[in-house]
Design a binder for this molecule. Structure first.
Ligand code: ADP
Length: 293
């Protein structure tokens, strides 16, 4: 709130200064009509001032927005770390202080394991995001059967979220589609996309994954969900680091890192990634295009 107010203050200040400079410029021109050389010099001078002021205001606003995103990110990560730890602590305390039947005990262990997975996931995302800009750091490129890799990723995500077979539909072409890349990185990218498809489905997920070959020796992967969707104005921004959509209904929590990691991995593999959605509540389709081997 305080930042927003200071942003508005600087915006108004910037506009006032620009108006003043323009007024001075015009007045000056009128007073010095005859002195052409000075006139030209003056115009250049004032144009420079105006450009400087505009740039200054734009940079200031951008910096304030970035700071806001950082704060939101720190809050989100703290929340993502604190919630599973608090839950594990509670279960451990219950296990320590109470005699529980075996079945209940096993149920508690399962919840604690799921919480540990969530913790590990968050830590891994933060670590991966830290290295986002390091090019080809230790990547192990080899030939990969993309159909098999997707199948394996879907299987892992299904197990993780206890999904039945109907939750994820998968269609592959008859031919094998081979690409050259880093198995672990690509798996992590597709896991992130599938995780999001489940997470932003809210109710029972209905996800369709499709692999097909396209023109110019490319492979296309579509991951379609029928979840909460993305407003048109946010479609381009969701791939930015720390960016999170503010959904009218609140929506699930997260760090805003997943899609930035996905994009950096796909770009490193010479591919492209994007998203289409008809708007809030209308599901989203993420697509990935990779060059074939
Ligand atoms: P996180 O999920 O941790 O917030 P991501 O980078 O994975 O971070 O996603 C960025 C934003 O994009 C999310 O906050 C969410 O609003 C939006 N988003 C991502 N995937 C989906 C999806 N499948 N459906 C709707 N919104 C999505």
């Amino acid at each position: 709130m305080r930042r927003r107010r200071s942003a508005i203050f600087f915006l108004v200040l910037g506009i006032c200064l620009i108006s003043l400079a323009v007024a001075l410029n015009v007045g000056w021109i009128l007073l010095n009509l005859r002195e052409v050389a000075l006139l030209v010099l003056g115009i250049v001078f004032f144009a420079l001032i105006i450009t400087g002021l505009t740039l200054n205001t734009v940079f200031l606003l951008r910096e304030i927005r970035r700071n806001e995103q950082h704060d939101a990110f720190i809050n989100a990560v703290t929340h993502e770390l604190k919630t599973p730890i608090a839950s594990i602590k509670l279960y451990l305390e219950t296990l320590k202080t109470r005699e529980l039947p075996d079945e209940k005990r096993r149920e508690f262990y399962d919840v604690m394991l799921a919480d540990t997975d969530r913790l590990l996931g968050t830590v891994e995302q933060v670590l991966q995001a830290g290295g986002i800009n390091e090019r080809n750091r230790g990547s192990q490129f080899s030939e990969i059967d993309l159909g098999k890799l997707l199948n394996e990723t879907i299987r892992l995500v299904k197990t993780r979220y206890n999904l039945d077979d109907a939750a994820v539909r998968y269609s592959v072409p008859a031919e094998d589609i081979t690409i050259v890349g880093d198995q672990d990185e690509l798996q992590s990218a597709f896991t992130n996309l599938l995780d999001n498809a489940v997470k932003y489905s809210l109710e029972k997920p209905k996800i369709a994954v499709r692999l097909k070959s396209s023109a110019m020796n490319k492979a296309d992967v579509y991951i379609k969900d029928s979840g909460i969707g993305i407003p048109p104005s946010d479609l381009k921004r969701v791939f930015k680091r720390f960016y999170r959509v503010t959904h009218s209904s609140g929506g699930p929590k997260g760090t805003g890192l997943g899609l930035a990691i996905v994009r950096s991995i796909i770009v490193r593999h010479g591919g492209r990634v994007g998203v289409e959605s008809k708007g809030e509540g209308k599901g989203s389709t993420f697509w990935v295009q990779l060059p074939r081997a």
